[in-house]
Design a protein around this ligand. Structure first.
Ligand code: D5M
Ligand code: FE
Ligand code: ZN
Length: 536
């Protein structure tokens, strides 16, 4: 196989036990005969060297050039064509996605940029400023799990959720506990903060919402003609909201009701001001690689990896992967018929090979998804030691699902996204749909919880605390899972669902999922603008 592309160079080098710095890879990729250059570079490396430097490769290539000048040199037919003279060895699209698809209507991001031809990597590759980098992880359940799966654990996780979300709401309303509300005289005004335990429509088309707090429950009526009745469509069981209203006249008889005048979600303040990085630096936000599936798009992945080696990607210094690294086994019915690799460890080995294709100087962070080999219930801890070992390439960092990663001052909430299926199933199309996955993410931001509804598809692992609450507002919210690309801003928070690297599976076809595969959203950390590049 010809070795023109940086990704192939890297994978060939690693198969021989070597790494190389980015410039060295680019030089090898640009050589007249990359195979011979690679052979020579490896042969001439001293025994104790594991990483080939650009100086070493330059020296090897200089020898080649000298040999080329002699009439006896065999050389290949393209003679001494230079990197810049030759065209792209393999067409790499790297095209920013335009606005045509209408998915990014509400983005402030950098879209519709003219088509750029990413051809062969430029010689002048970047030189990252490692000292300027910073990446800190918060909210990681890995190693902290206390849950034993007992009933008490469910009680504590819900108490914690209620305590933390009600705190966010209490500053906005003057709420009383439901037990105190029951004793109030009829006709008075009050407010309640509670977890939604039931939503019913009445015979006359109004809405009866039962709210639960630590002292009991209370029924609240939203009249269908109220301007906020629309908000009832957005309610999910188990989320925490606040209502203000007037008590029915018979309240102190014991079967009163609250007529709701206002309804509040914990929400993100409209005036939220996200933080940005102090220098021009970018992060690639991806997810759902699904290595091991017959539909994994190896070519698109390699084009992405190659692009990362180009000058155009010189500011991309972070790679964040939001779960589903591999296809896994036994995840859905008849999945084994579409597996390319049947052993889950072999799938991670192969994933690791693909990861080697991206530049070694990238800071990488990965969290698991529902196809990964960790517990399915959320919060999911990061990969165990054995899997970490397999994926240790480029010193990638690993954290639980969800996690908040602060990259050069920008808080990025990473969550795989299983609850999005539920939000999309429960809410009307205009509020959340597979075509606009970011709108489903807006709902999670509004509820300040990554998986509000318990008991459906989203499995919850009971812990002492609820890792799924958003205590602070993230600057960027990054999810995957639904295999659809979509992004936009909600109260200045950028929500990005990053698509996938797996073509439509037979199973997805049967359930009408049409994936957006082979795209890489690239985030400017200094402006929070986004560009999406297509590699499929
Ligand atoms: O999920 C990819 C998408 O496919 C996501 O939106 C869920 C959907 N999916 C996955 N399994 C099922 C089943 N069993 N029924 C319905 N929809 C499903 P991924 O996690 O990559 O498989
Ligand atoms: Fe997935
Ligand atoms: Zn998934």
């Amino acid at each position: 196989m010809p070795l023109e592309t940086p990704a192939r160079i890297v994978s060939e080098l690693t198969s021989r036990g070597y790494n190389a710095d980015r410039e060295a890879v680019t030089l090898l990729a640009g050589a007249d005969d990359p195979d011979a250059a690679l052979d020579a570079a490896v042969e001439r490396a001293s025994d104790d060297v594991l990483k080939l430097s650009s100086d070493h490769v330059e020296a090897v290539l200089a020898e080649f050039e000298r040999a080329d000048d002699t009439p006896t040199s065999s050389g290949n037919e393209s003679g001494n064509e230079s990197v810049t003279e030759t065209g792209s060895p393999e067409e790499t699209k790297g095209v920013p996605r335009s606005e045509e698809n209408g998915r990014n209507r509400d983005t402030d991001g950098d879209v519709g940029e003219s088509v750029t031809d990413v051809s062969r990597p430029d010689e002048s590759v970047r030189d990252p400023d490692f000292d300027a980098r910073s990446l800190e992880i918060d909210g990681d359940v890995t190693g902290e799990s206390t849950g034993t799966g007992e009933y008490e654990d469910f009680v504590s996780v819900f108490r914690d959720r209620f305590k933390r979300l009600s705190k966010q709401l209490r500053s906005r309303v003057n709420a009383r506990p439901t037990s105190a509300v029951r004793k109030m005289p009829g006709g008075g005004d009050t407010a309640i903060v509670g977890m939604v335990s039931d939503i019913r429509s009445t015979a006359s088309g109004h809405w009866l919402i039962e709210l639960e707090d630590t002292s009991g429950t209370y029924p609240c009526l939203v009249m269908k003609d109220r301007e906020f009745a629309d908000a009832v469509d957005e309610l999910l069981h188990d989320e925490v909201i606040a209502v203000e209203g007037t008590l029915s006249d018979d309240n102190d008889d014991g079967d009163g009701i609250l007529f709701v005048d206002s309804l509040y979600f914990p929400d993100v303040p409209r005036t939220y001001k996200p933080s940005t990085a102090d220098r021009h630096v970018q992060a690639a936000l991806i997810s759902d690689v699904h290595v091991g599936s017959q539909e994994f798009m190896a070519d698109a992945w390699s084009r992405f990896a190659d692009w990362l080696h180009t000058e155009e990607a010189e500011h991309v210094e972070y790679l964040l992967v939001a779960g589903d690294m591999v296809e896994g086994v036994g995840v859905y019915p008849n999945q084994d018929e579409e597996l390319d690799i049947v052993d889950i460890y072999d799938q991670y080995e192969q994933f690791s090979e693909y990861l080697k294709e991206v530049p070694g100087d990238l800071e990488i962070l990965m969290i698991p998804g529902n196809h990964d080999a960790v517990r399915l219930a959320e919060p999911q801890p990061g990969f165990d030691e054995e899997l970490r070992d397999i994926m240790s390439v480029h010193d990638a960092r690993i954290s639980g699902n969800p996690s908040t990663v602060t990259v050069e001052g920008v808080d990025i909430l990473m969550y795989h996204g299983v609850s999005l299926d539920e939000v999309i199933a429960e809410l009307p199309d205009e509020k959340a749909s597979y075509d606009d996955p970011h709108k489903a993410m807006y709902q999670l931001l509004k509820k300040r919880h990554v998986a509000p509804q318990f008991g459906g598809k989203t499995r919850l692992a009971p812990e002492e605390k609820d890792y799924l609450v958003m205590d602070s507002v993230p600057d960027v919210f990054h999810t995957g899972h639904v295999h659809k690309l979509g992004w936009g801003k909600y109260h200045n928070v950028l929500a990005v669902n990053s698509g996938c690297w797996q073509e439509q599976t037979a199973f997805q076809k049967s359930v009408n999922i049409d994936p957006d595969a082979g795209f890489a959203p690239i985030l400017d950390l200094d402006t929070l603008d986004m560009t999406v590049r297509q590699f499929s």
